[in-house]
Ligand binder design. Structure first.
Ligand SMILES: O=C(CO)[C@@H](O)[C@H](O)COP(=O)(O)O
Length: 267
């Protein structure tokens, strides 16, 4: 897919029409490795481009993009979400264009769709340059196969997320067969906003999943930071979304590095 292009330029047309090149970021996971994904929900929305660029510079593997449709709690905040969300709702505000460089690595946009009808967003996210498309199992029980096919046909990597109240068993069917998802996102807070308290109980789900799928990408999201990463890493999570702990740190690069070290040590 994107590897076939020749260079990467992400152009954010956002109020002051900034341009930037993103350098760094990882390729698709081919083995179990740490993927640190700062959550752009905690970034300064007035300076999204430079925020994204600085996270890449600080060593982020992925950029985590939360996309909400107003049906998650605290949706007052969700209307201002992220560049991709803005792109979807108003092409004049933000546009994202891609070119890749074979020498440079690609910017992996890890998109988490907290929406009622994820199918409605596949084409637009594909066009916008999303890399991962993670939808919620709670809203996709009946059409997940069709959804996964569509996601793959647009060159994105399918993932499934589950809310804290959803048993892990509910994702098992989505991990089997030719339309299997390639990542499971275990939410460690209720979806909706950043800065919430990590739920240690969710580690049972991660542990169970890791026991059953030793090579699966397992992502955790919500309340991750220096004080909680060891729990998540020991349970088996390898993809770590971190918002306030990274963006709120005086040295974000150090936090990113600490999260990575913890995952690598545990695995
Ligand atoms: O999806 C969400 C919240 O719904 C997250 O991606 C948050 O943005 C994580 O923020 P922190 O808990 O790390 O501050």
């Amino acid at each position: 897919m994107k590897e076939s292009y020749s260079r990467l330029i992400i152009m954010f047309v956002f109020s002051d029409f900034k341009n930037l090149s993103l350098v760094g970021i990882s390729e698709m996971a081919t083995q179990l490795e740490a993927k640190i994904a700062p959550s752009m929900l905690s970034s300064d929305f007035a300076n999204l481009a430079s925020e994204a660029e600085r996270m890449v510079r600080f060593g982020a593997d992925w950029l985590h993009m939360d996309i909400m449709d107003g049906c998650v709690p605290d949706s007052a905040k969700s209307f201002i979400l992220l560049l991709l969300c803005l792109f979807i709702s108003n092409k004049q505000i933000v546009s994202v264009k891609w070119q890749l460089d074979s020498v440079l690595q690609i910017a992996y946009l890890d998109c988490h769709l907290m929406v009622t009808n994820p199918l409605d967003y596949v084409d637009q996210l594909g066009k916008a340059g999303a890399s991962g498309f993670t939808f919620h199992v709670e809203v996709s029980k009946d059409n997940w196969q069709e959804l996964v096919k569509r996601i793959k046909s647009k060159g994105m990597r399918p993932g499934v997320a589950l809310k804290p109240g959803t048993p892990i068993e509910e994702v098992y069917p989505l991990l089997e067969g030719e339309n299997a998802v390639e990542m499971v996102l275990v939410m460690t807070v209720e979806p909706g906003f950043g800065g919430q308290k990590f739920m240690p109980d969710m580690m049972n789900k991660v542990r169970t999943l890791r026991g059953k799928y030793p090579e699966l990408d397992i992502e955790v999201d919500g309340g991750l930071g220096p004080s909680t990463i060891d729990m998540a890493a020991a349970a088996g999570a390898n993809c770590i979304v971190a918002g306030s702990s990274v963006f709120g740190a005086s040295e974000p690069a150090q936090v990113i590095s600490l999260l990575r070290t913890s995952v690598n040590k545990a695995h």
